[in-house]
Design a protein around this ligand. Structure first.
Ligand SMILES: [Zn+2]
Length: 343
């Protein structure tokens, strides 16, 4: 193979059941040092921030003077208990139903501009514990069939506030990525009598080249079929379908991996690294999802300092992802960061 065309191939994404195109030879242009604007603000408190302790929110409610994690119902919910009852029609071509659900905000810390990578493990563990508690609390409600927890971090992904926080959308419908993964797991089981998640993890652990870090109960990989340059997945090593099933040790192990991953991310370009993080877990509709394996997926938009991946014609128009980087090369960059050298 000619070296200049190394990394030009398609790879099968077994969970999305689609091909990802890699054209890593296109990413060779040198970096001129022009950086994506570094997102640094040092304020510990902002009087205009609706997430800071003691401030008034748009609803008129005051935030308490919280000291670690603070959770409240979103004042601008995309799904909510007040959504009107619509005359639902599930038959026919055009169907509709009410957009009911509960949307919440989880503030990670009272400090307005602290980055999670700067927090101690105990503080990050409280955040992961809150994700588990929210999944339990919302998931057991009759009208809630899915608990989606996600974090949009950085202006580049459209975050309205730098205050460290994430959101919870508990909905009366399951989110599509999990629905698709469940379909893939089912058809793989029919075909092979094996569990797709078990096999993916086994492949990654055997190969080892895309493991970013691991501890006793959790592992971070940049998977073989990653779409984004620095896309990383955190798995608990034991197969469990939801945050609600995690033991105390597993909660701490995931917090440890989460913290280590974002410390590596932040060190990579020496900036608070932007990403969209989502927790993929089983629906909460009372059915059996023993074959599902909880995972946290990080999708950072940057592929080089100052260069953002814009999903465009092939992705938005055509429906297949084209990547300018190869997972193994990007995994190596994250592996090579020496955290000892970072204060
Ligand atoms: Zn704030």
């Amino acid at each position: 193979m000619q070296n200049e065309f190394k990394g030009w191939e398609q790879r099968w994404h077994p969970l999305r059941e689609e091909w990802i195109v890699y054209a890593a030879h296109r990413n060779q242009r040198p970096w001129d040092g022009a950086n994506e604007k570094k997102e640094t603000t040092a304020k510990s408190y902002d009087e205009k921030c609706y997430l800071c302790p003691g401030n008034k929110r748009v609803s008129g409610e005051m935030n308490p003077n919280y000291s670690d994690v603070f959770i409240f119902d979103n004042d601008h919910p995309v799904v909510g208990p007040l959504a009107p009852d619509v005359c639902s029609s599930e038959a026919g071509l055009y169907k509709k139903k009410a957009a009911k659900g509960i949307a919440r905000v989880i503030c990670y810390n009272p400090h307005h501009s602290i980055n999670l990578s700067q927090l101690e493990l105990a503080a990050v563990t409280k955040v992961v514990k809150a994700w588990k508690d929210q999944t339990l609390d919302l998931g057991e409600r009759e009208d809630i069939n899915y608990v989606l927890i996600f974090e949009n971090k950085g202006e580049i992904v459209g975050t309205s506030s730098p205050h460290p926080h994430c959101q919870v959308y508990a909905t009366n419908f399951p989110f599509q990525h999990t629905v698709q993964e469940l379909k893939a797991v089912e058809s793989y089981k029919k075909e092979t009598k094996r569990n797709l998640f078990d096999d993916i993890l086994q492949e990654e652990l055997n190969d080892g080249s895309r493991i970013i870090c691991e501890n006793d109960h959790a592992v971070v990989i940049l998977p073989y079929f990653a779409r984004y340059a620095y896309e990383c997945w955190i798995f608990p090593k034991r197969r469990c379908s939801s945050m609600s099933e995690l033991t105390e040790e597993e909660v701490e192990a995931i917090a440890d991996m989460y913290r280590e991953l974002i410390r590596r991310y932040d060190a990579l370009y020496d900036m608070p690294f932007p990403y969209v993080m989502s927790i993929y877990q089983a629906p909460t509709d009372g059915k059996n999802y023993d074959d599902y394996h909880l995972h946290l997926v990080f999708l950072p938009p940057l592929r080089q300092p100052g260069i953002k991946k814009f999903p465009a014609g092939p992705e938005i128009g055509g429906g297949n992802f084209m990547s300018d980087t190869l997972p193994e090369e990007k995994a190596l960059e994250l592996q090579n960061i020496n955290l000892e050298e970072i204060s």
